[in-house]
Write a protein that binds this ligand. Structure first.
Ligand code: FES
Length: 127
């Protein structure tokens, strides 16, 4: 049986926001959409950098997070990669230079985790 870890109270995650948290020694992102909560590792699959801290700042809108480093975008609910390495710090770069910034890494999705809300608390499994 997988261990369940409490990441906080539902009220810690305002509706429509994405929050970085630490739970059981792991860095996670928690996105809330109404009563739904989605959790993924706070680790961009491009170079492993934080999705909540970086030169472009936290960028999250309607279930989509943009990496603050090289602008890759991900659906936080499914983990799907929507855009891969399009610039730096929120600014776009010419398409010819994207492969240089990409460093040969192939597009990948977020590492999502199963999340549940119970008695006002948010729990994840599989950390
Ligand atoms: S580290 Fe996230 S896109 Fe490069």
């Amino acid at each position: 049986m997988e261990t369940e870890v409490r990441v906080g109270s539902l009220s810690d995650f305002p509706d429509g926001t994405l929050t970085g948290v630490a739970a059981a020694g792991h860095r996670l992102i928690v996105a809330r959409k109404g009563d739904e909560v989605h959790v993924a590792r706070n680790r961009c699959p491009h170079l492993g950098f934080s999705l909540t801290r970086g030169p472009g700042g936290l960028r999250y809108d309607n279930g989509v997070v943009q990496c603050p480093w090289h602008n890759s975008r991900f659906d936080v609910c499914t983990g799907e990669n929507l855009d891969w390495v399009t610039g730096f710090a929120g600014r776009h770069v010419p398409s010819w230079s994207r492969s240089v910034i990409g460093l040969g890494r192939t597009p990948r999705g977020l590492d999502t985790l199963s999340a549940t809300v119970r008695d006002g608390d948010v729990f994840v499994t599989g950390v």
